[in-house]
Design a protein around this ligand. Structure first.
Ligand SMILES: NC(=O)CC[C@H](N)C(=O)O
Length: 220
């Protein structure tokens, strides 16, 4: 398992993502956003942070980085792509996932563990969880309020593409959506940080399933 963690100016969870992959037994390396090739990788992670200082809209500028053409091509070939927090915002801005992450409804930055429920186990990233399993995973964001037009929400629900839902919605997200997957299920965007809960010394292990699912799908 060889994972590329993309680093943008202002990424701040890139080292955590690399650590999580290594803790889970994989190999990870950082790829700077100006690169135009991913090299030979099995999966891509867009980590959390404040790319370009969240200027304009979170993820808007990073989504137009040179490396994103390769990330799009990789996803189109069915390659697994995980966007965490700012990574989710970048995936929406890049058009790899539908909808947008707006300012939190209460307009405050929120940084705390939240309760989540696994809504779909049919994607690469959720296959190792039990259906409707409840998890505790931290969030840390100011713009995590998922929004999409009603028809898009209906479609996501109908196609089983809502991967995770908040049990205690911290940001006003429509339908308590915490994470969604692409049509093929190979791209996941989620606001909570699974990479921060992969070993008990970090306070929890509920994020391990995301990486276990990914590793299982890739390492055959
Ligand atoms: N932890 C993060 O990735 C922060 C996400 C984002 N820049 C926000 O505050 O909304």
């Amino acid at each position: 398992m060889n994972v590329a963690v993309i680093q943008f100016p202002g990424s701040n969870c890139d080292a955590d993502a690399v650590n999580a992959v290594r803790v889970m037994g994989g190999e990870a390396r950082l790829v700077w956003h100006t690169e135009d090739s991913l090299g030979n990788v099995d999966a891509v992670i867009l980590p959390g942070g404040f790319s370009y200082g969240d200027h304009l809209r979170s993820g808007a500028i990073a989504a137009r980085s040179p490396i994103m053409a390769s990330v799009k091509a990789f996803a189109e070939r069915g390659g697994p792509v995980l966007g965490i927090c700012n990574g989710f915002q970048i995936l929406c801005e890049a058009g790899l996932l539908p909808g947008a992450l707006a300012r939190n409804g209460h307009l405050h930055f929120v940084c705390r563990p939240v309760r989540l429920r696994v809504e779909s186990t049919s994607s690469v990233f959720t296959s190792e969880y039990a259906p409707r399993q409840e998890l505790t995973v931290p969030v840390a964001h100011g713009e995590g309020n998922y929004y999409a037009e009603a028809a898009t929400i209906e479609r996501l629900l109908g196609e089983g593409r809502v991967a995770f839902r908040y049990l205690d919605n911290p940001n006003g997200s429509l339908n308590d959506i915490a994470g969604i997957v692409s049509e093929r299920g190979n791209v996941l965007g989620m606001m909570p940080h699974p990479e921060r809960v992969v070993e008990s010394v970090l306070g929890g292990t509920d994020g391990r399933g995301v990486f276990e699912g990914l590793f299982k799908a890739v390492v055959k």
